[in-house]
Design a protein around this ligand. Sequence first.
Ligand SMILES: [Fe+2]
Ligand SMILES: [Fe+2]
Length: 384
Amino acid sequence: MKFKRLKVNQNAVDLNTKLEETMNTAVRGYDQIMETLLLGGRKSDYNDLKYEFDGGANDELRRKHYDKSLKYLWKAEKNAPWSTFSDCTEEEKTLLKLAEQSLSDLEKVEVKRMKSDEFKNFLNQEYTKEEKQAIVNILSLIGHGEAYAWLVSNEVLRDVESTGAKAAVTMQVMEEAKHFVVLRELIYAFDVEVPRMPVWLYLILEGTLKSEGLEKFFGMNVLVEAFAMSMFGSMSSLPGLEILTLFHRDESRHTGLPTNYFKTKPMTWFEKVNPFSMMNRLRLFLPAIPLAMNLEKDFAVLGMDVFEFIGSMGRKIINLAYKVGFYLPIPKDNLKQVLNAIFNSYCKVMREDYKYVDFLNCEATTGEEELEIEKEVFQLVEAA
Ligand SMILES: [Fe+2]
Ligand SMILES: [Fe+2]
């Protein structure tokens, strides 16, 4: 490339350079002093001298979360043909058309059925009004949770250090946005009333959003997302809800994020056992119990025992919390025993045909793929 060089006034160049250097010293010096005095200073944790965020590149975390999320990125237009989304590229649309042409007549009917109005008719054939309402009551909890997951991950993006960690959380922000809008359409397709957020969930989600710094990882990536994974894992095998397998896959990466992040930037011993933090974690965890109990009737309509679900979910949340280093005021095994005792006492009083059940050892997830993923996330096997 050949450029035709223009003439410049060297004095002007020198003057502008000097002006910028003087201003730079003044502005950055002022910010430095304010930072030292804890009165503010530079807001971003970006180091332009190193062309990197504070905390370094952390390519390992980027590969595990950002790259992997891009690899498993799913499109609503392809996986939820009943939705209004149009997010496939031209190439993807062509591939979809080719795939549809290769389907048998029976399979074509199946695909067509899943488009908008046909999808609603399909749901009406599969479920009674009461069953549809039960599904919406359960799914809308996660729907409200997705809205907060979007907000919380957006705040965590600022709190995590390193370029790799910020890239990882950016993918979570994007995926939570997709979860919220796709799940909202799925819920509306059931054509029943969408309930408001129960107060127990309100306490968990608002408490999480108000948590300090990376304590948000506990409320969101451990508690709420393990709750969501348990829901998706127990409902993705229901007709019309197959897309929840894809949500489950995304959430598994999100629940794995704190473990992988703290591997590269470990929590201090005090951060793990700080009595105030441990009490705050318990405060966020406890409303999950009455929240799930409130769903007893909805679960029963769908042929599921809510205590088996809470027991299974409780075990997973406790395992994951201790795996990450978010200790609770009660030791892990004792907490499981206490929960088992509470659930059994409740059932003894409230159920006619009561028999002791080790609820904390129940497994509510039914899908094969979901069980395989959860083995890695919750059973303390190293995250990939
Ligand atoms: Fe989500
Ligand atoms: Fe998530």
